[in-house]
Write a protein that binds this ligand. Structure first.
Ligand code: BT5
Length: 252
């Protein structure tokens, strides 16, 4: 009889399979359809361009040709989506080392180079016939000039080609990234290992921040990220607040 897998049983390994497209609406949508078709964990949907690239909270992700857009299917528990998202952001930073590029993470997982956003992560949960799935969507502004981005993003965003002053090989970057994700993806119970490394790359910890959440604005000092992937804020009154999701609007 089939049943929902418990977190300790989730497959963390298995062969990687790439499904490549030229133009898609969103790689997360294509990956979602693959779940319905019975795809295996570690199926990686890659596209050269997206016309409906999505960010969190229904925002848009500008996805011109030359960027790297992928969605990795993982069979996992919905409660682990935040920590998977943390692992994905860290994996982008790790993959950039192959380009000799230092990046930092703004919680939860904006990847910044020189303070500007160069990559983002959108993890979505899907319920399959007998199991749960995490769709790990990653977008990297890799091999295109900065002026290919919408002008309203130009102050806050950048591209790898712009930062490095040279072309970037998306295929090598893809292989590095998937390799890093396989290393960082935590088996249930081993989350502390990935969070410990995430903390060292996270520029948000130690700052005064304002976080916009679905329930309103929270302000305080970002003091930690816990093993669920949640941000811990300390308010002016000395109270500890756990922030499960949100966008940092401002940090000093
Ligand atoms: C994200 O959302 O940063 C998640 C982005 C995930 C994109 C990948 S691409 C593959 C997969 N398929 C999808 O459809 N999505 C995923 P969020 O933290 O909500 O940030 C969105 C905000 O970043 C926008 O509101 C803009 O301000 C800004 N932005 C949009 N496009 C950008 C870009 N290309 N580079 C830098 N910033 C961008």
């Amino acid at each position: 009889m089939s049943r929902i897998l418990a977190a300790g049983e989730v497959p963390t390994t298995g062969p990687v399979r790439f499904v490549r497209h030229e133009v898609v609406d969103s790689t997360n949508e294509v990956a979602k359809a693959l779940v319905a078709e019975g795809a295996s964990p570690w199926t990686v949907t890659v596209a050269e361009k997206q016309v409906e690239g999505r960010g969190r909270f229904g925002r848009r992700w500008a996805s011109p040709r030359g960027g790297l857009y992928l969605s990795v299917l993982l069979q996992d528990e919905l409660s682990r989506l935040p920590i998977i998202s943390i692992a994905a952001g860290l994996s982008v930073v790790d993959a950039f080392r192959s380009l000799h590029l230092e990046a930092t993470l703004k919680w939860p997982n904006d990847v910044l180079v020189g303070g500007r956003k160069v990559a983002g992560v959108l993890v979505e949960g899907v319920v399959g016939p007998h199991e749960y799935w995490a769709i790990v969507g990653i977008g990297i502004n890799s091999d295109f000039p900065k002026d290919a981005l919408p002008s309203k993003l130009s102050a806050d965003a950048t591209t790898l080609r712009h930062e490095l002053g040279r072309r970037v090989d998306n295929e090598s970057l893809l292989q590095e990234l998937v390799g890093s994700l396989r290393e960082n993806y935590p088996a249930a119970g081993t989350e502390e290992r990935v969070v410990a490394r995430y903390r060292t790359q996270c520029s948000t910890i130690g700052r005064e921040v304002r976080v916009k959440t679905r329930r309103g604005i929270l302000e305080g000092r970002a003091v930690d990220v816990d093993t669920s992937g949640f941000l811990i804020l300390e308010t002016e009154e000395g109270k500890s607040v756990v922030v499960a999701e949100g966008s940092i609007e401002w940090e000093t």
